[in-house]
Design a protein around this ligand. Structure first.
Ligand code: FES
Length: 250
């Protein structure tokens, strides 16, 4: 032991409670982790969905969850933590019952994403990366959701809320707070962040077919192409493989 205190590179890393050993992971979850592992020829590939399962049970990537994943996969906790801290969908601090995301990348920013994010901070009384004291909401600034044609977009538990306005955003939070049934603008009804994480772990909630998979502006180009009879060019036939010369140069 060097006796030196670890200094984190990021200011907000101090918010992670590294002594928090609480977990709700039990035999059922461990059995489900083994089920996930069995889906992959290389079991280590199961780590990402296993981490989503940890979040669905513990509300965050708990240290216990990291250790269990490492043990089951035969890898180090450093390797698991390396993955869990690389992807922003994994949270080291508890997310809220509903996780709110606001896209502020270019198109959404131009269309009012920054205004929406500021409004959500005021409305929820928290900053981005924080969770309300009652655990009801957490807030995150999102990078482009590949839904620029519906800008500005927000997400609740990874479900899309398209073409948001300050009024619609306020109403959304009020309805979630009141426990009313809320639907994504694309149809799916909003459950909870924990339930959404379980779906990302590969356990269906049976709601995948709620609402359209594509609509509106996303299909405008296709509609015009059909009206005009446009078709994509036929790709050239693949080249014939060269005759095997036995590996000898001539
Ligand atoms: S910039 Fe927001 S979805 Fe692309």
């Amino acid at each position: 032991m060097s006796g030196h205190e670890f200094i984190a590179a990021f200011d907000d890393a101090s918010g992670i409670d590294t002594h928090d050993e609480q977990t709700s992971i039990g035999e059922t979850t461990i059995a489900e982790m083994r089920e996930i592992m069995a889906r992959y020829p290389d079991q280590r590939s199961a780590l990402l969905p296993m981490l989503h399962l940890v979040q669905s049970v513990d509300g965050r990537i708990s240290d216990a969850g990291v250790k269990i994943c490492a043990d089951l996969l035969g890898i180090s906790t450093a390797q698991v933590n390396g993955v869990a801290t690389f992807y922003t969908m994994y949270k080291r601090r508890p997310a809220g019952h509903h996780h709110i995301g606001v896209c502020t990348t270019t198109v959404c920013a131009v269309m009012g994403g920054d205004v929406l994010l500021d409004q959500m901070k005021d409305k929820l009384g928290i900053d981005e990366g924080e969770t309300t004291p009652d655990g009801m909401f957490s807030l995150e600034r999102l990078e482009c959701n590949a839904a620029c044609d519906f800008a500005p977009v927000m997400m609740v538990n990874w479900e899309f809320m398209d073409q948001m306005t300050p009024e619609k955003a306020n109403e959304l939070i009020d309805n979630l707070q009141a426990g009313k049934e809320v639907h994504s603008t694309r149809g799916a009804h909003i459950t909870s962040w924990a339930e959404a994480e379980r779906v990302l772990a590969g356990f269906s909630d049976g709601l995948a077919d709620e609402g359209p998979t594509a609509a509106g502006a996303s299909l405008a180009g296709l509609k015009i192409a059909r009206e005009k009879g446009w078709k994509s060019p036929t790709p050239p036939a693949p080249a014939e493989p060269a005759a095997d010369d036995g590996g000898e140069s001539k």
